[in-house]
Design a protein around this ligand. Structure first.
Ligand SMILES: [Zn+2]
Ligand SMILES: [Zn+2]
Length: 171
């Protein structure tokens, strides 16, 4: 039989114990572990790509995809620098002001909630994926436990205020 990497085995043991405890059965047999591993892999791939295909409401302010965030939302981003909007923008008499460049931001320039996490589209386009293996390491799309690598996006790319997206950093 093929060897299972240590962290996975730990998880399988944990799952087996939980499974046995819940069902009242004895501790799972060795042969059951492959079944549990398969189940676990299926589960991990399901939860490791959040927002991949399903659009959701903004997890902070509840904006629907395509809508502006509500003032003070933690998730909204500044259209000028890409940082969290709460660090850059403030509203006065319903007018939003960008403190990072001091200019008033017209409503239509505010970054709307797309239904997915900020930067995910750019990560996907640049094929930035990572997985946990005693730290986050680069990996291929579709590997077990793969996630979009936002850290790499922020490290290798800059926010382009005109294009309103991340672009590869110029040398
Ligand atoms: Zn929001
Ligand atoms: Zn800003």
């Amino acid at each position: 039989m093929s060897l299972v990497k240590a962290p996975e085995l730990d998880i399988i043991r944990a799952v087996a114990r939980i499974d046995a405890a819940v069902s009242g059965n004895e501790f799972a047999e060795e042969s059951d572990r492959q079944i549990l591993l398969d189940k676990l892999k299926e589960w991990v791939s399901k939860i490791s790509e959040p927002f991949k295909s399903d659009l959701c409401q903004c997890p902070d302010c509840g904006a629907n995809p395509g809508e502006n965030h509500k003032p003070g939302c933690d998730v909204e981003r500044c259209p000028h620098c890409g940082n969290q909007a709460i660090l850059c923008l403030y509203s006065e008499n319903d007018v939003t002001i960008a403190s990072c460049d001091g200019k008033i931001v017209p409503d239509e320039e505010l970054l709307k909630w797309s239904g997915r996490w900020f930067g995910y589209e750019d990560c996907e386009e640049y094929n930035f994926w990572c997985k946990w293996n005693n730290g986050w390491v680069p990996c291929e799309k579709g590997e077990i436990g793969s996630q979009l690598d936002m850290n790499r996006l922020l490290k290798e790319c800059d926010w382009d205020r005109d294009a309103k997206r991340f672009v590869h950093r110029k040398e």
